[in-house]
Write a protein that binds this ligand. Sequence first.
Ligand code: PLP
Length: 368
Amino acid sequence: MIDFLSLKAVNRQYREELLEACAEVIDSGWYIAGKALERFEANFAAYCGVGHCIGVANGLDALTLTLKAWKQLGRLSDGDEVIVPANTYIASVLAITESGLVPVFVEPDVATFNLDPQAVREAITGKTKVILPVHLYGKIADMPAINAIAQAFGLLVLEDSAQAHGASIDDKRTGSWGDASGFSFYPGKNLGALGDGGAITTDDPELANVLRALRNYGSHEKYKNLYAGVNSRLDEIQAAMLDVKLKYLDDEIRRRQYIAHRYATGIENADISLPVNEIAARHVWHLYVVRTSRREALQAHLGALGIQTLVHYPIPPHKQQAYAIYNHLSLPITERIHDEVLSLPVDPTMGAEAIQTVIDACNSFKRS
Ligand SMILES: *Cc1c(COP(=O)(O)O)cnc(C)c1O
């Protein structure tokens, strides 16, 4: 059996160091907002190449609290529009609606699965205030083009970097392109905690300051509340786990890139379209997503050969029951993507034999 992603195998690599870091937190007697959080925030800010990192409870909160902080700072108000790729994971959209803002869904570029700058430009109205690019599947969006549009129209840029820690263009990493960026450390993400976690990165000290209060009941100083905040903190124990794993993130990315390279050069089947990868951008392969008009058949074929695959995602946000008000929208590129995508295993601990088994299985998938 080839697992889609064995978190057990991934974390076993660092078992001794994780246990040691765990013991340090236990023995410190300090479990929230202490030295482990401070250390991880400093290290992750440095990794992304920005001045500030603010740890929060999860990736959804990272995005939501950033939008709410911009409201507190008077940069956004209720009803402002946020441009978002229609094929994203629903969390990007939930952050917008939870903040009292309006999502404007745009069709992605079918080759990259990412925001199409031309479609962004066409979606701008007098109410547009934010562009929210999602570095989907680990591939960084066309940030130079998106930032140029934002600058021309005076818009804020919030990156959804939940799937793309360490992805870059010209060595400039996700987390440093937008006015702010939301990260998730959900266990299955490329940098995963042993539980929930998230963070915002930014170079804006004012925004960082408001976020530090918002995550903590709206308070910088105990029992003095500036804002109606929330409780969304990154625990010491998770910060300590993440600090251990951050050291190995680039090694894991190189493993993922190697697996993707093997797939790209080994899989040859006219019924399976492989993801594109321009050399200039460093894709971190959170997911290796192929497209086929016969997805159910391919998934069954691979499953019969002991290979676990997943669909990211079967239903786009605008077709969800939760967003009945958007169900009438017709977004054919997005809907086709959701009908055709299949994610092959990309596990940094995968051996050569497992990689070859996936390649052979894809190549033996026959036209019906
Ligand atoms: C995982 C994910 C999120 C949300 O992160 P959580 O930590 O699960 O809240 C947001 N956006 C995208 C694109 C994601 O993949």
